[in-house]
Write a protein that binds this ligand. Structure first.
Ligand SMILES: [Zn+2]
Length: 245
């Protein structure tokens, strides 16, 4: 009898121990769940604040003051040349709508299409959105009469200068014949546009390059074949800027 009672006692002790440990386990799980809920709440709070902050930053701050768009802009002393802005439709073949990096150079080209006008070259770039025959364009085209047409904003990439498309501004120049030599009017506008862009982007003479300096291509032909004319051009740009200092 005594034995039996002992057994029952010890069995009920074991039972209550099991009960206690079961409760302890449940309360541990409950605490764990509460902790997880708090962590989740805090983390989502942080993510929410970060997302809202980033939207505000992009819309209100960054959009209006991208450092690379306004780089050097406050120091412009040369007059802005007349620019006929005829932006291309955004399309994969001539205006991909991709933002440029900080502008570190200006690349001069020739159209390699004697006698063609700035308007024809601009319209050709535009036509590529339908024909899709190739991918080519330029930020600016300067015509035989010195007219300047802008096709792609300088904050966006044009397809002219190969691996320098993303950090340069491109200028295509029209020319009357196979020599690739520019008319006086084209040359004058090129000097004025390059001078103005140099100041706009805080660049110096070494940042003015030929397509040839990027890929070795014979472009702009006359300035590749007549190095002294190219050096003179850069000097003319520097002199033009100095006039307005
Ligand atoms: Zn070129």
């Amino acid at each position: 009898m005594e034995n039996q009672e002992k057994k029952e006692n010890s069995s009920s002790v074991r039972q209550s121990e099991r009960e206690q440990s079961r409760r302890a386990e449940m309360s541990r799980r409950r605490r764990k769940r509460q902790l997880m809920r708090r962590v989740t709440f805090v983390v989502s709070g942080i993510l929410f604040v970060a997302a809202v902050g980033s939207i505000i930053w992009n819309v209100a701050v960054k959009k209006d003051t991208p450092a690379f768009v306004n780089q050097g802009e406050e120091n412009i002393t040369v007059p802005r040349p007349d620019i006929d802005v005829q932006l291309l439709t955004v399309n994969p073949n001539s205006r991909p709508g991709i933002a440029t990096d900080r502008i570190r150079g200006i690349v001069v080209h020739y159209t390699a299409n004697p006698g063609s006008t700035a308007q024809q070259n601009r319209d050709y770039f535009e036509s590529l959105k339908d024909s899709q025959e190739t991918s080519v364009s330029s930020n600016f085209v300067i015509g035989l009469e010195g007219e300047i047409i802008q096709c792609v904003p300088t904050a966006e990439m044009a397809y002219a200068s190969n691996n320098r498309n993303s950090d340069t501004v491109s200028i295509e120049c029209c020319h009357p014949d196979e020599s690739g030599k520019f008319t006086d009017a084209t040359y004058k506008s090129l000097v004025q546009l390059v001078a103005w862009l140099s100041q706009k982007f805080g660049l110096d003479t070494d940042d003015i390059i030929r397509h040839y300096d990027v890929t070795g291509k014979d472009c702009p032909k006359y300035f590749v074949e007549n190095v002294e004319a190219w050096e003179q051009f850069k000097k003319d740009v520097a002199d033009y800027i100095a006039k307005y200092d």
